[in-house]
Design a protein around this ligand. Structure first.
Ligand SMILES: [Zn+2]
Length: 201
């Protein structure tokens, strides 16, 4: 467990490093920050020197400020990173799993929602290279390599893979089952009711 003094020291070092992304907002961490592992950085210097090399890393019990409803187990995933050439890397997340504390949109009950993301892939590049040929590739999801530290931070990617799979409406198991069973009947009934109202009002 990290004590507070150690954390403060780390924070100061981080602030002293000039950032190339001035818009980055650091949220004030809550107290639980000290004991939760929120490091998503990976050293990639070796990979960039060796085209075709592939590394696999398994992550467990990770926490992000962007996922406030995460349960105590945190997020787990397997991460494969492959060097494409000396300026770009291909990252692949597999078997991302997490569990969230949720409130049911139908009945208001608290429930746990499990999330499983089988696969999520993207490319890492040096930011300068993209600016040079900005118009070339457009739709592709790109993330940037910190060229000074020779690291990548995969927090945003892990969070994105989970949020992209978020259902529009979150319902507890009981409500999901109930609505799955009656949905067809309900639609017919709704139509009937509408006609009834028009005829007799
Ligand atoms: Zn419910």
């Amino acid at each position: 467990m990290k004590d507070l003094s150690l954390w403060k020291k780390e924070k100061k070092v981080k602030d002293a490093v000039p950032s190339t992304k001035p818009n980055k907002i650091y949220k004030t961490p809550n107290k639980s920050w000290e004991i939760k592992d929120k490091v998503f950085k990976i050293k990639i210097a070796d990979l960039l020197n060796e085209t075709g090399r592939e590394d696999q890393i398994v992550f467990e019990h990770k926490f992000s400020d962007q996922l406030p409803n995460l349960d105590a187990t945190g997020v787990a995933w397997s991460f494969t990173i492959q060097s494409l050439d000396n300026t770009s890397l291909l990252g692949t997340l597999t078997d991302v799993s997490a569990c969230f504390h949720e409130t049911c949109d139908s009945c208001g009950a608290s429930f746990m929602r499990a999330v499983e993301v089988p696969l999520y892939a993207w490319r890492f590049v040096f930011e300068d290279d993209v600016k040079k040929k900005e118009t070339a590739e457009s739709e592709e999801v790109l993330f940037y390599i910190d060229s000074k530290a020779e690291t990548i931070n995969i927090e945003d990617i892990v969070v994105q893979s989970i949020l992209l799979n978020d259902p529009f409406v979150k319902r507890c198991d009981a409500c999901t089952k109930r609505l799955a069973n009656v949905s067809d009947d309900e639609e017919d009934f709704g139509e009937f009711e509408a006609k009834w109202n028009i005829t007799f009002s």
